[in-house]
Ligand binder design. Structure first.
Ligand code: ADP
Ligand code: MG
Length: 465
């Protein structure tokens, strides 16, 4: 996890380096980060600088914690002067820095794994249950399922890249695995590589951080030697410059060689922000296929399929009852089914009865009714401030939009129980920005009655929906 503040966002509004005696090292480091960003390449910044956590001040020395021995070495050899000078510009009392390793347990004896050799192909394994046969096709996913099948029959020939997008739990990962399973079975000579965007990011960071040159080339070998590259949840690429750069190069190389690329995302390319235009346009080159919200018949058919696969003994009543829940997230519905089955098993029933299912799902069904969606909050905020949703989610920052965005972040964290990082993702920001927005809005509400009333009006608007 990076401890990284979106400095621009914080600085322009209300940050002034204080010259009084109490030194706030967090703020000083934030300000220095902005200067350092101008001095080093984006990739170095992402890999080395962002991972630093300011630890303490000893006299005129700022102690900076680094995550590993190798990063400590690199920072000492290459970046010490730049960092010291930027810090000194921010606060003249700081004249030197010292790097320490954050986690005492890894200290000096960090293990060094052998990187796989350059020729070695890395094959992905796929969940054997996520096949086309097990994928129920209804009106919401007919098109995307057909596109996925076409790609697995003729990889690299037709829809390239195939970009699948849609909400959580609607079957994107299932389809990606189905493509992998199908190609592995019918064209075993092809090397199919599946990776989540998160894993791709971590692999990249590790390969650069590792001092051995072979590590970077084995990273490239892994991804650029794929015949079919499948990347799940690409939306996490937003805001990560070095990952975008590497993805761009990988994409181009594979594309030139007519290799198939399949990508999933929780939103269409135009809503992934911030994202370099050259990447956005590539994501849109092939076929964009959205996976819609299933209707009740499809939900029933999926739950029936699931019961068959898992050998659940469930009556049609129970399946219909669960499919009738408000949730459209199939993963959640499957969870409800499993819970009912488990509960029924405890009671020694031979087949899950509708009474038992009701009892087992009492709390969950209620929670679904009360569940709010982030999009409802965004809509209300936009309506209140009279701005467009695209403006709210874009990188652009006029004063009004910046305020609306902070209010939206605050309300989402306040009203929904979703992780801060996920809130950040909605806006293409990191979790630190969300924390900042939240405390800023709280503070301003405290200081300014009119603003507090405004925010509460928006809250009432949301609740009234
Ligand atoms: P996503 O990646 O879109 O968040 P997943 O692919 O992980 O969603 O799907 C969540 C669960 O729902 C998985 O267990 C998957 O098998 C199941 N599922 C989703 N859609 C279907 C479908 N059309 N037919 C069968 N199972 C489905
Ligand atoms: Mg998924």
């Amino acid at each position: 996890m990076f401890l990284y503040f979106d400095c621009e966002a914080h600085m322009e509004e209300d940050f002034i380096v204080s010259n009084n005696s109490t030194i706030d090292i967090g703020k000083i480091w934030e300000a220095a980060l902005q200067k350092i960003a101008n001095e080093v390449t984006a990739i170095s910044f992402d890999v080395w600088i962002k991972t630093i956590v300011p630890s303490e001040i000893k006299g005129n020395t700022l102690v900076l914690a680094t995550p590993s021995l190798s990063s400590k070495k690199v920072l000492n050899n290459n970046y010490k002067t730049i960092i010291t000078s930027c810090l000194n510009q921010v606060h003249s009392a700081i004249t030197s820095v010292e790097f320490v390793i954050e986690d005492a347990s890894i200290k000096e004896e960090e293990e060094k794994e052998e990187a796989p050799s350059e020729d070695e192909l890395v094959r992905s394994t796929f969940n054997p249950k996520y096949t086309f046969d097990n994928f129920v096709v209804g009106s919401s996913n007919q098109f995307v399922a057909a596109a996925a099948k076409a790609v697995s029959q003729n990889p690299g020939e037709k829809y390239n890249p195939l970009f699948i997008y849609g909400g959580v739990g609607l079957g994107k990962t299932h389809l990606l695995h189905a493509i992998g399973n199908s190609i592995n079975e019918t064209k075993p000579e092809l090397n199919v590589v599946y990776v989540t965007c998160e894993r791709f990011t971590n692999d990249l960071i590790e390969s650069i951080r590792d001092s051995k040159k072979t590590s970077t080339s084995s990273f490239r070998a892994k991804y650029r030697k794929a015949d079919v590259l499948i990347i799940d949840d690409i939306q996490f690429i937003a805001n990560k410059q070095s990952v975008q750069e590497e993805f761009f190069n990988t994409f181009n190389e594979l594309n030139e060689n007519h290799k198939q690329i399949v990508i999933s995302s929780d939103r269409p390319p135009k809503e992934i922000n911030p994202l370099e235009e050259r990447i956005r346009s590539r994501l849109e080159w092939g076929l964009l296929a959205d996976i819609g919200i299933p209707d009740i018949e499809t939900k029933i058919a999926i739950l029936q399929k699931k019961s068959q696969i898992e050998h659940y003994n469930v009556s049609k009543d129970v399946i219909e009852y669960i499919a009738g829940a408000q949730s459209t997230n199939i993963r959640e519905l499957e969870g409800m089914l499993a819970r009912a089955v488990f509960y029924s098993g405890l009671l020694g029933e031979s087949i899950v009865s509708i009474e038992t299912a009701r009892e087992a799902l009492k709390d969950i069904a209620m929670r679904n009714d009360a569940e709010l969606d982030a999009s409802v909050i965004l809509d209300s905020v936009c309506k209140f401030y009279n701005i467009k949703k695209e403006e709210l989610l874009a990188r652009k920052r006029t004063k009004e939009v910046a305020l609306a965005r902070q209010v939206a972040m605050y309300l989402i964290t306040d009203l929904l129980s979703i992780p801060l990082a996920a809130v950040g993702d909605i806006f293409g920001k990191d979790h630190a920005t969300v924390i900042y927005a939240k405390s800023k809005v709280q503070e301003d509400m405290h200081k300014n009655k009119k603003f507090a009333t405004e925010v509460n009006d928006i809250r009432a608007m949301i609740k009234g929906k």
